[in-house]
Design a binder for this molecule. Structure first.
Ligand code: C2E
Ligand code: CA
Ligand code: CA
Ligand code: CA
Length: 279
């Protein structure tokens, strides 16, 4: 095998080895990282479009790695979804979310809700009703303050289990949001099958809508559909004023995106809560 291709094989071998080593390093470090507080919850504010007020925030996890620096979820969540560690990490994030809401209540801040992400592995491997029920009880919170974001892709397998779990959680009072709506092909099917409170439009949605102003507004149609189904509508990935104005014109309820606020550390959000913009 040492012939003329040897070099190339070596090159691919090195790359493969690096990837495997990196994955191994993540796997070796994850338990300690969780125990020592290296996972940090960032919060991205969400605003009511009608009056610009802060209505809530989405919890987005980062890994504050001692050697690699602040790692985005794309670096570790897919791996954790495969090796099962996501259920542990998500429980940690959900608990942080509850503990923060409790803390803000005690500090006298205006009531906001927190949205957390739910992975399909959580639905498959965890008794979510027990875990989440325990958390809201322990922190003395109304379950409607905790919004659960489920992605469309979570619905691909074990649809029955998903629908059953969501019905149960919704009965308990948690708010169910369909995340990334419009990014998959089965969106409309899922709408009729899943118990839902909120549609969260995928960011590509508003970006294409504003980029191709053909006159026919799919956005307007989706908002009417949501109204008819008694769902509220959140648009995420709002990056420009133009996009925000379009959402307002089409009657969308909430907006989240870099144009309004980036995901930020807890401290920064608490500063916002202490002195809301406009006051
Ligand atoms: P997502 O749930 O769709 O979250 C929205 C992503 O869009 C976030 O990326 C956010 O930082 C980013 N974003 C917000 N506003 C804008 C904008 O105006 N423009 C653009 N281009 N992007 C914007 P992030 O934080 O890197 O998270 C990526 C994904 O990782 C999330 O997508 C979610 O699926 C997953 N994730 C994050 N935290 C958690 C977690 O605690 N648990 C689980 N299971 N998944 C998580
Ligand atoms: Ca989300
Ligand atoms: Ca999303
Ligand atoms: Ca996403």
């Amino acid at each position: 095998i040492k012939g003329q291709y040897g070099k190339h094989f070596a090159f691919y071998d090195d790359k493969l080895r690096d990837t495997l080593l990196h994955r191994q390093a993540i796997t070796d470090g994850m338990e300690r990282a969780l125990a020592s507080g290296q996972f940090e919850v960032y919060l991205q504010p969400k605003f009511r479009i009608a009056d610009g007020s802060l209505s809530g925030a989405e919890a987005l996890v980062r890994w504050n790695h001692p050697e690699w620096g602040l790692q985005p979820p794309s670096e570790f969540i897919p791996l954790f979804e495969r090796n099962g560690f996501i259920t542990r990490l998500d429980q940690y994030v959900w608990e942080q979310a509850c503990s923060l809401m409790r803390r803000w209540d005690l500090m006298g801040f205006p009531h906001i809700d927190v949205s957390v992400n739910v992975s399909r592995t959580d639905i498959r491997d965890m008794d979510m009703a027990r875990v989440l029920g325990g958390l809201v009880e322990r922190y003395g919170l109304d379950p409607s303050r905790l919004h659960l974001e489920i992605t469309e892709s979570a619905c691909k397998d074990s649809a029955d289990q998903l629908v059953e779990t969501l019905h149960r959680l919704r009965k308990m009072g948690f708010v169910i949001e369909m995340d990334d709506f419009g990014s998959g092909y089965s969106s409309l099917n899922m709408l009729t099958e899943m118990p839902l409170d909120v549609l969260k439009l995928d960011m590509k949605f508003i970006q294409t809508e504003v980029a191709n102003p053909s006159g026919d507004s799919i956005l307007g149609f989706i908002v009417s559909l949501a109204r008819w189904m008694e769902l509220s509508v959140v648009a995420e990935g709002v990056e420009t004023r133009e996009q925000l104005e379009r959402l307002q014109a089409d009657g969308c309820d909430y907006a989240q995106g870099y144009f309004l606020a980036r995901p930020m550390p807890v401290k920064a959000l608490e500063e916002l809560l202490a002195s809301p913009p406009g006051c």
